[in-house]
Design a protein around this ligand. Structure first.
Ligand code: RFL
Length: 405
């Protein structure tokens, strides 16, 4: 067991300070606690808020197995739905795509807030990890030095506190403080803008199909994804920066009916819209994902637009490697995991970024207004159903089945 002596107040010290209690940060924290490593998780939101925040729902099988191996998938395995196929709708027809038959793998559907609830309970209530919610103005210091620290404003007293850290795990998402604290010029940030927006919707309505549905339509892409028997996520392509207020209830359902309409498709089960926000589709990758004693993980290091439902999966992949690497260093003096961390993560990150671009063109080409792009997008779609080799390649990428996590 590696536990550093701790003192109170401004001089507290932890072998690892994890910034952010999302899937990445909580998974790292859980791996550290399981190995007896002391750590502190700092989170700007309240526990109630992170346990209720709806986002992802699709988890790849290798990621579920990775959680299971670390004792973190008990509820997930009991409650998640396993999906074996998806459906494409285009040119007024429905096309089922059975990916499990091609890969032997499933997708698991489990709302992200359920996973976060499981992870925070395991970390704080079972494994005895320390976590501070509601902290403000988190600032990493001395990242490049051998003695980093993190300061934050305490929600109760309003005082700034500083904790010394052996390592800082930057797991604070796309708008966090750790990536922003990287000295300019020390890392490269590669960005991609897809030039489209998605209206992300959560409807209080049961799913309208027994699998994920993708609609490619001249009016724009539409998506349908079950979240629970009572709640369904929908997406509608829209202009980037569009105002959700431009999308009243009637317009949303009329567009969904139109874009997801196909011969023999069951009618959509409509319901109250619980969430309506516009996401501009863009991505970025920070290289390398480590600087000195700071290691970035998850959305803090790379953003994958939800086009291919990969972000949560990548966050878990990073967290497995970072957690294991920190445990190796802190308990056995083995630096291999930390030394290879960035390169090992980035292989999968770039693979998924490329797949997102490929998929984005197939989803959005039809509505691009450019007949050449529209024709090519349709050819890309048809190939999935004409060519076993193309279908197998798609299934492998869609399931993240090529590399193991
Ligand atoms: P998170 O989940 O954003 O967690 C970061 C945590 O850090 C906190 N925080 C800070 N804490 C301390 N100090 C600061 N300065 C802080 N700033 C922020 C935040 O409050 C938060 O608790 O990042 P993480 O852990 O890297 O996890 C990434 C995933 O959340 C994300 O990639 C996915 O949600 C993306 N995504 C999907 N991914 C999938 O794999 N499958 C999907 O089906 C899927 N669907 C989606 C998605 C993302 C969506 N949105 C909202 C962008 C659907 C949507 C609509």
């Amino acid at each position: 067991m590696t536990t550093a002596p701790r003192r109170s107040g401004a001089e507290q010290r932890f072998p690892v300070v994890v910034v952010g209690a999302g899937p990445a940060g909580l998974t790292v924290g859980n791996i550290l606690r399981a190995a007896g490593v002391d750590c502190l998780v700092l989170e700007t939101e309240t526990r109630e808020s992170i346990e209720r925040r709806p986002r992802a729902g699709v988890i790849e099988e290798w990621a579920v197995r990775g959680l299971e191996r670390r004792g973190l998938a008990r509820n997930l395995l009991e409650r998640a739905q396993a999906h074996t196929e998806c459906e494409f709708r285009f040119a007024g027809e429905r096309y089922r795509f059975e990916y499990t038959g091609l890969t032997g793998r499933h997708h698991f559907f489990y709302p992200q807030q359920f996973l976060v609830t499981d992870l925070v309970r395991e970390y704080a209530d079972v494994r005895g990890g320390e976590i501070r919610f509601g902290v403000r103005d988190v600032r990493p210091h001395g990242l490049d030095s051998g003695r980093p620290s993190v300061s934050y404003v305490c929600p109760d007293s309003g005082e700034r506190r500083t904790v010394q850290a052996g390592f800082v795990a930057g797991c604070d998402g796309a708008r966090g403080a750790t990536r922003a604290a990287l000295p300019p010029g020390r890392v490269r940030v590669a960005r991609h803008d897809y030039g489209v927006g998605w209206l992300a919707l959560l409807a209080e309505a049961p799913p309208s199909a027994d699998c994920v549905v993708f609609g490619m339509h001249p009016r724009g892409f539409a998506g349908h994804m079950a979240r629970s028997p009572e709640v369904t996520r929908y997406y509608l392509q829209c202009p980037p920066g569009d105002d959700p207020e431009n999308w009243p209830h009637e317009r949303v359902w009329a567009e969904l009916r139109e874009r997801l309409g196909a011969a023999g498709a069951p009618p959509l089960q409509e319901g109250r819209l619980l969430e309506k926000r516009v996401l501009d589709m863009h991505g970025y990758v920070v290289e390398p994902m480590a600087l000195g004693r700071l290691f970035l993980a998850g959305d803090a290091a790379h953003l994958t637009a939800p086009i291919a439902a990969k972000g949560l999966n990548l966050a878990l992949h990073d967290a497995f490697l970072l957690g294991d690497g920190l445990v190796g260093h802190l308990t056995r003096g083995d630096d291999t995991g930390l030394a290879g961390y960035s390169a090992a993560c980035l292989t999968r990150v770039w693979d998924y970024q490329e797949f997102s671009q490929w998929l984005a063109e197939m989803y959005h080409g039809t509505a691009s207004g450019d007949p050449h792009r529209a024709g090519a997008a349709l050819a890309r779609l048809r190939r999935l159903f004409d060519s076993p080799a193309a279908a197998a390649a798609f299934a492998e990428q869609y399931l993240g089945a090529r590399t193991t996590g």
